[in-house]
Design a protein around this ligand. Structure first.
Ligand SMILES: [Zn+2]
Length: 163
């Protein structure tokens, strides 16, 4: 296991908060936020995780470099839905660069369990790294968001990405 020179205070283990985090994930899964189609999206992306069967469509309305509005539709497991729901909440009002930075933090967190910056509510996914089959569920919406921000409207699949 590689170790990077981050101050240990940022390498928080969230195990003790597992129950609370599961509640947040369940809530966003049952009542996904921004679960609708945008009337006039300027960007659009589709995501597919064949390993689990998760499918989602992400809609963005950009104002220059800022995400003015964002929404999604889709079906899949609780982790994938909650991840997309929390992503839409986190990304609204942010710039493309801020969302790319968030993607890096979330990717690091769900693949290694390390939290190396302020991820806000997205910290509920810190325990996902312990379940390798679910990592792709948690990261799917983020890959779709990256594709949408890049402006390529091609479907993304977790099978063509290194997680
Ligand atoms: Zn899934």
């Amino acid at each position: 296991m590689s170790f990077r020179a981050f101050p240990s205070i940022f390498c928080i283990v969230f195990d003790e908060l597992n129950d609370l985090y599961q509640q947040v994930i369940l809530d966003h899964c049952k009542h996904p936020r921004n679960f609708r189609e945008l009337p006039n999206p300027t960007r659009f992306a589709q995501g597919h995780n064949p390993l689990c069967g998760d499918q989602l469509r992400l809609f963005l309305a950009m104002d220059g470099d800022v995400v003015k509005d964002i929404s999604f539709l889709g079906s899949g497991c609780c982790i994938s839905k909650a991840s997309a729901s929390l992503l839409t909440e986190a990304a609204k009002g942010k710039t493309r660069a801020e969302i790319e930075k968030m993607f890096e933090l979330v990717h690091e967190m769900v693949t290694t369990g390390r939290v190396i910056g302020d991820v806000g509510k997205l910290a509920v996914f810190a325990g996902v790294y312990k379940f390798p089959a679910r990592v792709k569920c948690a990261i799917l919406a983020w890959h779709a968001a990256m594709a949408a921000l890049k402006g390529d409207n091609l479907p993304v699949t977790t099978e063509t990405e290194d997680t």
